[in-house]
Design a protein around this ligand. Structure first.
Ligand SMILES: Cc1cc2nc3c(=O)[nH]c(=O)nc-3n(C[C@H](O)[C@H](O)[C@H](O)COP(=O)(O)OP(=O)(O)OC[C@H]3O[C@@H](n4cnc5c(N)ncnc54)[C@H](O)[C@@H]3O)c2cc1C
Length: 380
C-alpha cells in the first residue's frame, strides 16, 4: 500500500426495501404502513426526537380517525386540548365567538405528537442523520453513498432533499409563517385572556394571511402566516403588539421561529418518480383555505404506502402512479379551476368584508367548510 495516498473511509453499503427521508407525520405514517406490510424500512431524520416543528398544532378529528387513534387514549400521556369554540375576526377588530356542542378539533404539541407517531411506526429510525445526496443506480437509490433503497419516500417537509433531487418545479411563493409555543406559569396564565381550547384567528387587514393565538392546557401558541414573504416580521410584530395591548396574551412573548410550505393547488412538486414517492409538505399538499398540513401529510403518507405495497416490489413510476391518482381524488387536480378559494389570500379577501361578522357565514363556511372540512370524511 502506498503510504502517501490518503486513506478513504470504507463505507458498508446497506440495502433496504424503503428509505423514508423525514420522520414527521407524513414519513412516520408511511413507514408504519410499509412495516406492517412486511417491508424492511429505515426512517432517516436529521433531527433527534422529540424535536419541535413550527406549527399551531391544530389537528382535526379526521386525523385521529385515519390514524386509528383514540384521542382519550392519546391524552393520557400527552397534551391534547379539545376545541369547543373559536374566535374569528379581522386584525384590529372585534372577534366573533362560535361555539360547538362537542370537540371539533384538538390541539397537540408537535414535539410530543410527532415523537409518538414515529415510535409507533415500528420502523428503524436513524436520528441525527442528514440526507445530503441521492443518486440513481439501476433500480436503486443510493443515499449519502452508504444506503441503498428500492423505494425512497420523500417526507422531509418543505426543504426535502428528495423533492429537490427530483426538481422542485417553479411555482408561486410558498406560505411563510412564524410561530412560538411556550409554557405559561400560573401568574402569567392569569394574565392571558385567550382561553384554553378556544383558538383565536385574526385575518390581516391587507388580506394576505392570518394570525392565531391558541392555548393548549398550560401552553400558549402564537403565530402568523402569509402568502407574501415581504414584511413578514413587521406583520408579526404588529399582530403580537395588538394582542398584548388588548390583554389577549401576556407581554414579553419569546422569539418566534419561521418556516415555509406550499399550498396544494399552487405547488408544482412531483408526487411520483421512478423508485420514489413524495408525501406531505415535501409534495406541497397543505389545504389552500386554512393552511392545515397535518391531515394531508398523514393521508398522503398512508396513500403512498398503500400504492407502494400494491406495486409488489417493482417501483417504476407507472406502478406508483396510483398514489398520484389517489391524492388527486382527494385534493383535486392541480391547475384546474376550483369552486372554493385557492389560498389564504383569497380567503382573507372574502373575509375582509362584512361576511366575517356574519355568524352564519363564519360557522358554516369559514369554520365548518374551510377550517374543519367537516364535509370530507376521514380517509379510511
Ligand atoms: C407556523 C406554522 C403553523 C402551522 N400550523 C398548522 C396547524 O395548526 N395544523 C396543521 O395541520 N398544519 C399546520 N402547519 C403545517 C404543518 O406543520 C405541516 O404541513 C406538517 O408538519 C407537514 O408534515 P410533514 O411530515 O410533511 O413534514 P415535517 O413535519 O416538516 O417533517 C419533515 C421532517 O424531515 C426532516 N428532514 C428535513 N430535511 C432532511 C434531510 N435532509 N435529511 C433528513 N431529514 C430531513 C425534518 O427534520 C423533519 O423532521 C403549520 C405550518 C407552519 C409553518
Amino acid at each position: 500500500m502506498d503510504p502517501s495516498r490518503p486513506l478513504r473511509r470504507r463505507v458498508a453499503v446497506r440495502t433496504v426495501d424503503a428509505l423514508v427521508v423525514g420522520g414527521g407525520p407524513a414519513g412516520a405514517v408511511c413507514a408504519r404502513e410499509l412495516v406492517c406490510a412486511g417491508l424492511d424500512v429505515i426512517v432517516a431524520d436529521q433531527a433527534r426526537f422529540p424535536r419541535d416543528k413550527p406549527c399551531g398544532g391544530w389537528v382535526t378529528p379526521q386525523v385521529f380517525s385515519t390514524l386509528g387513534l383514540d384521542p382519550e387514549a392519546y391524552a393520557r400521556d400527552h397534551v391534547l386540548q379539545p376545541i369547543h369554540a373559536l374566535v374569528t375576526g379581522r386584525l384590529g377588530g372585534r372577534g366573533l365567538l362560535t361555539r360547538y356542542e362537542r370537540p371539533v378539533s384538538y390541539g397537540v404539541r408537535r414535539s410530543e405528537f410527532d415523537h409518538f407517531l414515529l415510535r409507533r411506526s415500528g420502523a428503524r429510525v436513524h436520528e441525527g442523520y442528514r440526507v445530503r445526496e441521492l443518486r440513481r443506480a439501476g433500480d436503486l437509490w443510493i443515499v449519502n453513498g452508504e444506503l441503498r433503497a428500492a423505494l425512497v419516500v420523500g417526507a422531509g417537509g418543505h426543504y426535502c432533499p428528495v423533492a429537490r433531487a427530483l426538481g422542485e418545479g417553479t411555482g408561486p411563493e410558498p406560505v411563510v409563517a412564524q410561530e412560538v409555543e411556550f409554557p405559561l406559569d400560573a401568574p402569567t396564565a392569569e394574565r392571558c385572556r385567550v382561553e384554553p381550547g378556544v383558538p383565536e384567528l385574526y385575518f390581516c387587514r391587507d388580506r394576505k394571511g392570518y394570525g392565531w393565538a391558541f392555548r393548549k392546557d398550560a401552553f400558549l401558541n402564537v403565530g402568523l402566516g402569509r402568502q407574501d414573504a415581504r414584511g413578514l416580521g413587521h406583520h408579526v410584530r404588529e399582530f403580537v403588539a395588538w394582542l398584548e395591548a388588548g390583554g389577549r396574551i401576556p407581554p414579553g412573548l419569546p422569539r418566534l421561529r419561521g418556516h415555509a410550505y406550499h399550498l396544494y393547488p399552487s405547488a408544482r412538486r412531483a408526487l411520483v418518480a421512478d423508485g420514489a414517492v413524495i408525501v406531505g409538505d415535501a409534495a406541497g399538499l397543505a389545504y389552500a383555505e386554512s393552511g392545515e398540513g397535518i391531515r394531508p401529510a398523514v393521508e398522503s403518507g398512508l396513500l403512498a404506502a398503500r400504492a407502494a405495497v400494491a406495486a409488489g416490489g417493482r417501483f417504476g413510476r407507472e406502478r406508483l402512479a396510483p398514489y398520484r391518482d389517489a391524492v388527486e381524488a382527494r385534493l383535486g387536480k392541480r391547475g384546474r379551476p376550483r369552486r372554493v378559494p385557492a389560498g389564504l389570500e383569497t380567503v382573507a379577501n372574502l373575509l375582509a368584508g362584512p361576511l366575517l361578522s356574519s355568524p352564519w357565514f363564519t360557522r358554516r363556511v369559514v369554520l365548518d367548510r374551510w377550517f374543519l372540512r367537516t364535509s370530507q370524511p376521514a380517509l379510511a
